[in-house]
Design a protein around this ligand. Structure first.
Ligand code: PLP
Length: 396
C-alpha cells in the first residue's frame, strides 16, 4: 500500500543529513555544554555553531538566540516574559483571533492575572487589518503578538508593516514564526521584529527544540527558573544534539528555500486546481492569492460530509492529512480559525488540511486527488443531507 505524508504542517521528518550531524552528540560528544572540561567545551562549541546558524538565517546576532524546548515554550516565554517585565508601563496586549493555542491560551492565562487582551478579527482570508491594529494600540499597550503564517489556512500576515506600526507607537512586537521558518524569508531587523518563536520539527529538524529570538537590550522576565544556562535566561541542561540538529536544519532550509518552495508550490498548485475542477461544493480556505499563503498549504472544506470521515478513509488509502490543526485533533469542536474567517460552522466540520513537503511528488498528488474524489463521492452518497440538497442520484 502507498504511504503518502501530506501533514507537513503538523511535523516534518528529520532530514537524514540533520540526523547525521546530531548523532555524535548523543554518544561521543555527550558532555554538558555548561561544564568547564574538554567534554563540555566540545559540546558548547557545537551549540555556539548552531547559534550562529540560527542568527545567520534570521539576520540577528548569535547572542540574541535562546534555545528552548519548542514553539510552545518560545511563545509562552515571549508573551509572559514581556508581560512580567513591562507591567509597570501597562497591561494591554494585542494579538489576533487566529493565533496558535500556544499564543491564545497564554494570553487567556494572562487575562486571569489582570492583563487585558485585544484579539484582532481577521478577514475571510485570515488577514488582520493594519488599520484596526493601529486603532487598538493604547497608552498601556506593551506587546503585539501576531503570527507570521497561520498553521491551518496558511495566511502570511504582513509582519514587516505590523512591526513598523508597533515601533511607531513604541510597542514591542513578537511573531510566532513556527510555520514560516524555511518557507517565508525573514530578517528580524528589516521586518521590525523584537521577539520571534520557531520550532525545529517544522523545518526538517528534530522535535522538542526551538528558539526564542530576543532583540538585545529588550527586558524580558525569566521563564524557566533554575540553573544559569542560556546567559542566565533559560534554565535546564542544554539539549546539545537537538540544538545541533536545529542549527543544521535551519541552515539548509534557508539555503534551499527558493528551490524547495518552487517544487512544493508546483505540486500544491496543481493539486488545488485539480481538486477545484473535480469536486463540487467545496470551499478553498485561506488566501486565494497563492503568493500570500504558505507554499505548502491547501485547506478545503467539503460540504455535506465530515472531515474526520474523509481523514479516516484517506488514512486507509495510505494518505496522511489533518482535519484542521493537529493541535485540536481529538476535539470535535470545529476549528476556531475557520470560524474566524467566516466558514459556516456546518461547513467547517468538513475540512481537511493538506500540507505538502519537499519530498512530495506530483505522482503522490495525483494519487491523492483520485482517492479524494473517490472518498468524497462515497461519503456524499451516504449523506442524507447531500441527497436532500442535491436530489437522490446526484453527487459530485
Ligand atoms: N505555533 C504554531 C503556529 C504552530 O503551528 C505550532 C505547532 O503546530 C506551535 C506554535 C507549537 O510548536 P511546538 O508544538 O513545537 O511547541
Amino acid at each position: 500500500m502507498k504511504s503518502i505524508y501530506l501533514d507537513n504542517s503538523a511535523t516534518t521528518y528529520t532530514d537524514p543529513e540533520v540526523l547525521k550531524e546530531m548523532l555524535p552528540y548523543f554518544t561521543e560528544v555527550f558532555g554538558n555544554a555548561s561544564s568547564q572540561h574538554a567534554f563540555g567545551r566540545e559540546a558548547l562549541k557545537a551549540v555556539d555553531k548552531a547559534r550562529q546558524q540560527v542568527a545567520k538565517a534570521i539576520g540577528c546576532n548569535p547572542n540574541e538566540v535562546y534555545f528552548t524546548s519548542g514553539g510552545t515554550e518560545s511563545d509562552n516565554w515571549a508573551i509572559k516574559g514581556i508581560a512580567l517585565a513591562h507591567q509597570n508601563k501597562g497591561k494591554h496586549i494585542i494579538t489576533s483571533c487566529i493565533e496558535h493555542p500556544a499564543v491564545i491560551k497564554t494570553c487567556k492565562a494572562l487575562e486571569k492575572q489582570g492583563f487585558e487582551v485585544t484579539y484582532l478579527k481577521v478577514d475571510n482570508e485570515g488577514f488582520i487589518s493594519l488599520d484596526e491594529l493601529e486603532k487598538s494600540i493604547r497608552e498601556d499597550t506593551i506587546l503585539i503578538s501576531i503570527m507570521t503564517a497561520n498553521n491551518e489556512v496558511g495566511t502570511i500576515e504582513p509582519i514587516r508593516k505590523i512591526g513598523e506600526i508597533a515601533h511607531k507607537h513604541r510597542v514591542i512586537f513578537h511573531t510566532d514564526a513556527v510555520q514560516a521558518i524555511g518557507n517565508v524569508p525573514i530578517n528580524v531587523s528589516e521586518d521590525n521584529i523584537d521577539l520571534l518563536s520557531m520550532s525545529g520539527h517544522k523545518f526538517y529538524g528534530p522535535k522538542g527544540v526551538g528558539v526564542l529570538y530576543k532583540r538585545n537590550g529588550l527586558k524580558i522576565g525569566r521563564f524557566m527558573d533554575g540553573g544559569e544556562q542560556e546567559r542566565n535566561m533559560r534554565a535546564s541542561t542544554i539539549n546539545t544534539p537537538a540544538i545541533v540538529g536545529l542549527g543544521k536544519a535551519i541552515e539548509s532550509a534557508v539555503e534551499n528555500m527558493d528551490k524547495n518552495n518552487a517544487h512544493v508550490r508546483e505540486v500544491r498548485d496543481w493539486f488545488v486546481k485539480e481538486v477545484q475542477s473535480r469536486i463540487s461544493d467545496i470551499y478553498f480556505n485561506g488566501p486565494k492569492d497563492m503568493d500570500k499563503r504558505l507554499p505548502s498549504n491547501a485547506n478545503f472544506s467539503f460540504e455535506f460530509i465530515e472531515g474526520e470521515s474523509i481523514l479516516m478513509l484517506l488514512d486507509m488509502a495510505g494518505i496522511a492529512v489533518s482535519s484542521g490543526s493537529a493541535c485540536s485533533s481529538g476535539s470535535l469542536e470545529p476549528s476556531y480559525v475557520l470560524l474566524s474567517i467566516g466558514v459556516p460552522i456546518e461547513v467547517a466540520h468538513g475540512t481537511i488540511r493538506f500540507s505538502f513537503g519537499k519530498n512530495n511528488t506530483m505522482e503522490e498528488a495525483q494519487y491523492t486527488v483520485d482517492k479524494l474524489v473517490e472518498t468524497v463521492n462515497r461519503l456524499r452518497e451516504m449523506s442524507p443531507l447531500f441527497k436532500q440538497v442535491k436530489g437522490e442520484d446526484k453527487y459530485v
